[in-house]
Design a protein around this ligand. Sequence first.
Ligand code: NAP
Length: 292
Amino acid sequence: MEIIDGNQIAASVTADLKAEVARFTGRRPCITLIRVGEDPASVSYVRKKEKTAAEIGLESRLILLPVTITQPELCTLVDQLNTDDGVDGILVQSPLPKPLSEVAVFRRIAAHKDVDGFHTLNLGKLAQEDDTGFVACTPAGIIEMLQRSGVTLSGKHIVVLGRSLIVGKPAALLAMQRKPWANATVTICHSQTANLPALTRQADILIAAIGKPEFVTADMVKPGAVVIDVGVNRVPDSSRKTGYRLTGDVHFASVAPLCAKISPVPGGVGPMTVAMLMKNTVKAYRQNHGLA
Ligand code: NAP
């Protein structure tokens, strides 16, 4: 069994980006991060994104907004950033506090600056296999992680647990593309799927993205499978200073010994997501400068 080291693979992605950015003349690629409120997880995610951007040599601008901001005010800000030639990518950190509508804000971001890949146009381009679009960072990170770990997708049966628009669905769309690095056969499962373990046991590659701590147990996994754990769940743990521990959607201790390869939580998909956000920002810059 081999543990897929997401931190190490993400570091190699960011090193590649750093070398590429160093060759750009003129201004540096710029990502603008918008955070509304003080949700502790959002504070930590945005900080990590700023830090990674700085390591690569990207410019990052942080806009902090109070929870009292209204939907029209937030949309006006996004409109201004959409027309700012100095900004290549815009990221609005989710979750947004209620009653703000995430979907409305994500759609407001100009598609060519939508480095999170949530805009309808970019999802459409993914479905059409049009590589000019931006793919959501977590599914893009999963596929990059598999490729850089030497896992062949072509001809494999991939079972994706979860059908969300930010993970499950785009991961499935990517894996089934008519491309030499993809060409997988994909089954998507969700909360209404019957006989789930019978399906997951058929997976050569199992991608778990449901948000249920340690849901995938050994009896659900085929021996020799590759397992990618996307889940990030906080489980109460009084022995920790934080009062919780992070766990994935896979019961790591029982599943790992069965697998050919498995990604852990933390240290798996999470760092890849941040790396792919940076990759999308550099891509946006290249497209804005006619370098793509
Ligand atoms: P989501 O929008 O809540 O979607 C969860 C999906 O799982 C839904 O499609 C749901 O089915 C399905 N599901 C729920 N319970 C199930 C069950 N018992 N059996 C089978 N399917 C079930 O979640 P998400 O945004 O995709 O995120 C999933 C997990 O990944 C979360 O833990 C999240 O924190 C994590 N995540 C991690 C990263 C990262 O960078 N590492 C990024 C994004 C998300 P229905 O459609 O039928 O409701």
